[in-house]
Design a protein around this ligand. Sequence first.
Ligand SMILES: [Zn+2]
Length: 97
Amino acid sequence: MIRCPACGFESPDTAQWCDFCKEPFRKAPQPKPGIPPEFLALDTGGKITSTPPWLRYAAWSVLAAWLIAILALMGAYLAKQRSQQQDQPFGRSTQSR
Ligand SMILES: [Zn+2]
């Protein structure tokens, strides 16, 4: 039996965490063969350094700016085409029936 270090509840030896309070018993990360050390943090639930949140927001804002710019360009292009069609009263659209 393993006595929980947090609440004192006794769990079976095969238990990975306390049956009562879910306190994990395996405290120290043990290096495993085949797993690179930079991925051991995944197994132990450790904090992994990733992109800072401000960089994420900056990337999203840049992407949104690109989308808005592309939409504006497309709108301007379509409006220009439509105005050109209206400027030609004897265009192909009115002659062909
Ligand atoms: Zn416990």
